[in-house]
Design a protein around this ligand. Structure first.
Ligand code: GLC
Length: 425
């Protein structure tokens, strides 16, 4: 007997993903994040899409992963890097000097996604095909981005974090108060779809446009230094090793170890697991520098749960912080705490509810057994989508939808519901 998929989200999510799916001439398929505004393929988005597609059409889930690794760099110092953007229409040259790909990466969730898809719909041949590419990707991280022998990887551009404009990056970007502007509400909805690469206004808030220009400018510096993180750090360019990004990598190293084991590669499996353990230890030491009160105000730390990087005390601090957010923030999670001086609920990445972060936290809470908190997060997310549709992100106080419409990653609600049903089923 097959179990019926008891989710009211199945049809609406399927429609969004189908509408956003692009079939390429070379037999590959991918899902764009949103029509018009985000036409290219983004790395972490595609991992989220695969995680959702597994409930709807596993063949699409595997294709999403095969297409996202297809532009992996195959020579030079960055051999093995999986780009944060694939330009299947060949329009990457203006920004990156490369028609087909960007020169930076995004949070590594790809082994995690491959493992989740495989669990739902086992496919050894697909895992076998992906494994060498995923292994090369994590080897690239080690060679090019682990700068201090403690396992932590460093980012050279805010875009690599996936969280483009969080106030956490302001100082490293050299932003001053005049450039940042006030936190007054103004919609984060992009003004026009054609301005993505131009110098014209993109967001309604002029300061958000200024910050975006600085991010575009930074690409020139990266190109000048050939994306060498050590050299960029010495030169005082943006270079940070955020805890949340590294926790995501931890989970990916663990998933890579599981994949290697499944393929009978026991030495490799031990190697990846050992790297994950080293990183968990380092992150635990970093977390020890924060007090319980500091956890409350720093949602980025909460993602430590996703990578299994918190010890029991730290996990409790995080669970208490999430419980506090549930009480004080109507939609439960804002990427910048509502008590932070820079909190700006309608400005891009400066205090909003973001579906990918909600999913990562939801997963992390479940990993540590905080099922009730995870469930509340999922319910508040469902409320957001009922109220405002499949928007890119949301005002965490009013629930207003922001950014693009029909955004693919917002279908993660389906994964939250189906995983919950299978957990209890
Ligand atoms: C924005 C987000 C980034 C995402 C992309 C496509 O640039 O900041 O995280 O990958 O949109 O959705």
């Amino acid at each position: 007997m097959t179990t019926p998929l008891l989710s009211q989200w199945q049809t609406p999510c399927h429609l969004v993903l189908q509408r956003n799916q692009i079939v390429l001439g070379n037999g590959l398929r991918y899902t764009r994040p949103a029509p018009m505004i985000y036409e290219q393929q983004w790395l972490w988005d595609s991992c989220f899409h695969a995680i959702v597609w597994r409930w709807l059409d596993p063949a699409c889930a595997w294709d999403e992963l095969h297409s996202v690794v297809a532009q992996q760099i195959s020579d030079g110092p960055d051999i093995g890097m999986i780009p944060h953007m694939n330009y299947w229409d060949g329009r990457g040259a203006a920004m990156w000097g490369d028609e087909h790909r960007s020169l930076i990466t995004q949070p590594p969730l790809i082994a995690t996604a491959a493992w989740l898809v495989h669990e739902k719909s086992p496919n050894l041949a697909a895992l076998q095909q992906l494994y060498p590419r995923l292994a090369a990707y994590h080897t690239w991280f080690t060679h090019r981005r682990e700068l201090d022998n403690d396992g932590m990887v460093w980012l050279i551009h805010p875009w690599e974090s996936g969280q483009d404009a969080t106030p956490d990056w302001d100082m490293a970007m050299g932003f001053d108060e005049n450039l940042i502007g006030s936190n007054a509400a103004s919609s984060g909805k992009p003004l026009s779809t054609s301005n993505l690469l131009s110098n014209q206004a993109y967001y309604q808030n002029p300061h958000d446009n200024g910050l975006r220009q600085a991010r575009i400018q930074l690409v020139n510096t990266l190109r000048h230094y050939q994306c060498d993180a050590a050299a960029l750090r010495s030169a005082g360019s943006f270079c940070l090793a955020p805890i949340d990004f590294n926790a995501i990598r931890c989970a990916d190293l663990e998933a890579l170890s599981r994949i290697a084991n499944t393929l009978g590669l026991t030495d490799a499996a031990a190697h990846w697991q050992q790297k994950a353990n080293q990183l968990q230890t380092t992150i635990q030491q970093r977390l020890a520098e924060f007090t319980a009160a500091q956890f409350i105000d720093q949602p980025a730390l909460w993602l430590a749960l996703f990578g299994g990087c918190a010890n029991q005390t730290q996990a409790e601090h995080i669970a208490n912080s999430v419980a506090h957010a549930i009480k004080t923030t109507p939609y439960a999670l804002s990427n910048v705490s509502i008590s932070h001086p820079a909190f700006a609920p309608a400005r891009y990445w400066r205090g909003n509810a973001w579906p990918p972060l909600i999913w990562l936290l939801w997963s992390g809470l479940r990993r540590y057994g905080y099922h009730a908190l995870a469930q509340t997060l999922a319910e508040r997310s469902a409320d957001l989508i009922h109220q405002s549709g499949f928007r890119e992100y949301f005002n965490p106080i009013t629930g207003e939808g922001l950014g693009s419409e029909d955004h693919s990653w917002t279908t993660l609600i389906l994964d939250m519901q189906c995983s919950n049903l299978s957990h209890h089923g």
